[in-house]
Write a protein that binds this ligand. Structure first.
Ligand SMILES: Nc1ncnc2c1ncn2[C@@H]1O[C@H](COP(=O)(O)OP(=O)(O)O)[C@@H](O)[C@H]1O
Ligand SMILES: [Mg+2]
Length: 405
């Protein structure tokens, strides 16, 4: 079993998928822009061979170099678990006649407009939306959609350039703020709670499923620096509102022609009690969501994903034991972290339910909270009881303060 994986060392969680592939017995061929001497030890140990390319985003160049490099060697699979490279992986599969999702199918997971059109065509509930290339098209979209309205990029990530607009005056401002975008999506604002629906699939049928709740919604978490964003996996997936999201998610996978591998969907539970589609990607969620899923059932989905895509088997016992929360912290002030208040008390209060402390420490330089969801580090905790898990997370959000002054 020879697997080409893009790219094995970056972002950091890719290192564990590379490790997983080796653990299930694949010969792993890696392509990436990391110099070979800078590969993490576990990546080096897992790789059979590695090709460094100068520009990983230059698809034609990477395909040409890869074709040369692999000449004469049969590859069974090409995968990527990183959003910017999923199309490249599909192009390679098509070029070399390797089974797996086509470029067209993968585009349905990348282009938000095409995605919604396909999901809508299957009769599923999506926000009303319009593409707009000019200011007058945005105003026309407003006439059709009304307020509150979302204005966002066609292929954004991490809530970048995404705005909620409630009035003409605000829309004027947002038009100026988004003027650098060649095209935007205007959408009906869905008021309600926001969740993920995550899977590992074989032929578009989930062999693993997960839901997590965003507290608050990513858009709010991204617009206010004082917020400590919290995400909690939902242990009990049989609650009626969660079931609705799961049913929606399964139907979306069918509508988009999902094949094998991870998916990460976002959906809303609105005031009318409907599950409404948000967006979906054919790769795992980032920001340690896979670690949270692992802590939910004490399993290793890095390896289990590899088993699924190589051998089409899922072997872990994914019984859900905990609600697992992650709390991202942002320090007050600029520059280097100077002190942390409330952390030791929080750990004493919650004892064994705390599983990871990855906060930055005094002396370390603050990260740009707008650039990375990881902010100034995070904590992971878990509890079988949803309310206690939530209380523990909010306790960390409110009573732990990091300073950089
Ligand atoms: N139609 C909508 N109604 C309400 N909130 C939305 C809508 N579209 C986006 N958002 C908010 O903005 C966030 C980012 O939008 P999303 O489409 O997920 O793009 P990204 O690729 O940046 O994650 C969402 O997680 C959600 O909080
Ligand atoms: Mg999103």
């Amino acid at each position: 079993m020879r697997v080409l994986f893009l790219q094995p060392n970056y972002p950091p969680e890719m290192q564990d998928y590379t490790r997983g592939l080796a653990e299930v017995g694949a010969e792993v061929y890696g392509i990436g822009d990391t110099p070979p001497q800078a590969l993490a030890p576990k990546v080096k140990a897992a790789l059979k061979a590695y090709l460094q390319v100068p520009r990983i985003m230059d698809e034609d160049d990477v395909i040409a170099r890869a074709s040369n490099w692999l000449r004469g060697q049969e590859i069974d699979h090409v995968f990527s678990n990183w959003e910017p490279l999923v199309i490249l992986a599909a192009r390679m599969r098509e070029r070399w006649g390797i089974p797996g999702m086509s470029v067209d199918v993968v585009r349905g997971f990348r282009d938000k407009d095409l995605m919604k059109a396909r999901v809508r065509a299957a009769g599923l509930r999506t926000p009303r939306s319009r593409r707009a290339r000019t200011k007058s098209e945005v105003w026309a979209a407003r006439d059709e959609i009304g307020y509150p309205m979302i204005v966002k990029p066609i292929a954004g990530a991490g809530s970048a350039d995404t705005y909620r607009v409630d009035s003409d005056a605000e829309l004027e401002k947002v038009l100026a703020l988004t003027a650098h975008l060649p095209e935007v999506n205007c959408e009906e604002y869905i008021d309600g709670e926001e969740f993920t629906y995550d899977t590992i699939c074989i032929d578009g049928r989930p062999v693993y499923e997960n839901c997590a709740q965003y507290l608050p919604k990513p858009l709010e978490a991204r617009s206010q620096e004082w917020i400590s964003p919290v995400v909690i996996t939902v242990r009990d997936m049989n609650q009626p509102h969660i079931r609705k999201g799961v049913e929606l998610g399964r139907a979306v996978l069918r509508a988009l022609g999902m094949g094998d591998g991870f998916t990460h969907m976002e959906w809303f539970y609105n005031r009318k009690g409907e599950a409404v589609f948000g967006e979906i990607a054919c790769r795992p969620g980032g920001a340690h969501l896979v670690d949270q899923m692992n802590f939910t059932s004490d399993i290793d989905l890095f390896r289990e994903w590899a088993r699924v895509v190589c051998w089409r088997r899922f072997e872990a016992d994914a019984t859900r034991k905990y609600n697992v929360g992650i709390i991202f912290k942002r320090a007050k002030g600029r520059g280097r972290i100077t002190r942390i208040e409330g952390l030791e008390e929080w750990k004493r209060r919650w004892g064994p339910w705390v599983v990871v402390d990855a906060l930055l420490r005094p002396g370390q330089v603050r990260r740009d909270w707008r650039q990375t969801l990881l902010s100034d580090g995070f904590l992971i905790c878990r509890h079988p009881d949803w309310n206690l898990a939530k209380e523990m997370c909010f306790d960390a959000a409110i009573r732990i303060t990091m300073y950089a002054e």
